[in-house]
Design a protein around this ligand. Structure first.
Ligand code: BDR
Ligand code: CA
Length: 350
């Protein structure tokens, strides 16, 4: 009973603060792919958040190739009847990192960009990517709204680093960067998920990550340490599927069979934690750490290092807020509540 009242109280608080403030301007930068990919589940949350003014989506190579990321996001926007959200195609490859045979054998599609395979249900028929490229769009939009735009960066940081290179004022004009990336050994559960110590998004483009993390932009970093506390299981899927909307239908189609085959399956929620943190940052406990990225070729390529105090070699590490723990109950309640919300017509604002 106490728990129910607390949950109700938290929901009222989030709703009340959402009602009181103008919707925050957000650009969604993503190495997108269809569900069960976490980027798409994070997008469902953002699309259903009235307190987020989703200005645009920028794609980048990562989990899949750039062509797949763009084709999939266009198809999802069409399937969820959100064609009004513009999509801008970004970097097809990291700044310097060249994929090896090992990269081809392990996870990801960032090392080449063949034509996209058809998304489930076929390519989008009426929704197209904008002619303007992602980097140009990022620079122009941030310039037009100085210190008003938050970037949710849930793929390799290539587009963001390129925007910083294109416009020296970019970093100081971004309101905040919320990044899913990295694994911090100084905090609990800090192993990597791609190499022993490197997290995938940072590993794919470590040079870009270093530029971004050293830029001085206000950063909220959501590392693997917290993703490991966000474990999505079948009862939560069942809760989502109890509602019928275009979004839950997509989830049913793509996650349903996986959980039918293996009802004990646990899926970590990476990008979803970063997305929920946009509107409810207090779902995670944060700590200010100095963070940098190792770009030296060798066993620690792409490793994020975070410390409470400066260390020799860490002279350029910048202070940022790093999530260290998650209030799972609040997080999942809010996630499910929004993802299952009934669609409202035209939520974009000027
Ligand atoms: C991150 O890498 C990608 O596979 C996921 O979408 C997430 O952004 C997790 O390491
Ligand atoms: Ca991602």
């Amino acid at each position: 009973m106490t728990r129910l009242v607390t949950q109700w109280f938290c929901a009222v608080l989030v709703a009340a603060s959402a009602a009181a403030q103008p919707a925050q301007k957000v650009i969604f930068d993503t190495d997108f792919a269809f569900p069960p990919q976490d980027d798409s589940l994070a997008l469902f949350f953002v699309l259903n958040s009235p307190d987020i003014n989703l200005l645009g989506i920028t794609t980048v190579a990562g989990n899949r190739s750039l062509n797949v990321a763009t084709a999939d996001v266009l198809k999802i926007l069409e399937a969820t009847e959100r064609r009004e959200v513009p999509v801008y195609e970004g970097a097809a490859a990291p700044l310097l990192h060249v994929g090896t045979d090992w990269d081809r054998r392990t996870h990801g599609g960032w090392y080449s960009n063949p034509p996209a395979r058809e998304p489930p249900g076929g390519f989008a028929t009426s929704k197209r990517a904008e002619r303007q490229g992602a980097v140009d769009y990022l620079v122009q939009t941030v310039r037009a709204h100085p210190r008003e735009v938050t970037i949710l960066a849930i793929g390799p940081l290539t587009n963001i680093a390129m925007a910083m290179r294109m416009d020296t004022a970019f970093a100081s004009n971004v309101k905040q960067l919320v990044i899913m990336g990295g694994a911090i050994a100084a905090l609990p559960d800090g192993a990597g998920n791609h190499t022993p110590n490197a997290e995938f998004n940072i590993y794919v483009d470590p040079e870009a990550a270093q530029i971004v993390l050293r830029s001085g932009i206000p950063i909220l970093l959501s590392p693997l340490n917290v993703s490991r506390k966000a474990r999505f299981t079948k009862p939560w899927l069942d809760r989502i599927l109890a509602t019928d909307t275009p979004i839950t239908r997509l989830i049913r189609e793509h996650l349903g069979p996986m959980y039918e085959a293996r009802p004990d399956r646990v899926m970590l929620m990476y990008d979803q934690v970063a997305a929920v943190s946009l509107v409810a940052p207090s779902v995670a406990k944060t700590e200010e750490l100095l963070v940098d990225v190792d770009v030296n070729p060798g066993p620690s390529y792409g490793v994020t290092v975070g410390g409470r105090e400066r260390w020799p070699g860490g002279e350029q590490a910048q202070p940022m807020q790093v999530q260290s723990d998650l209030d799972w109950d609040r997080f999942i309640q809010l996630f499910v509540e929004r993802v299952t919300a009934r669609p409202a017509p035209m939520r974009r604002q000027p």
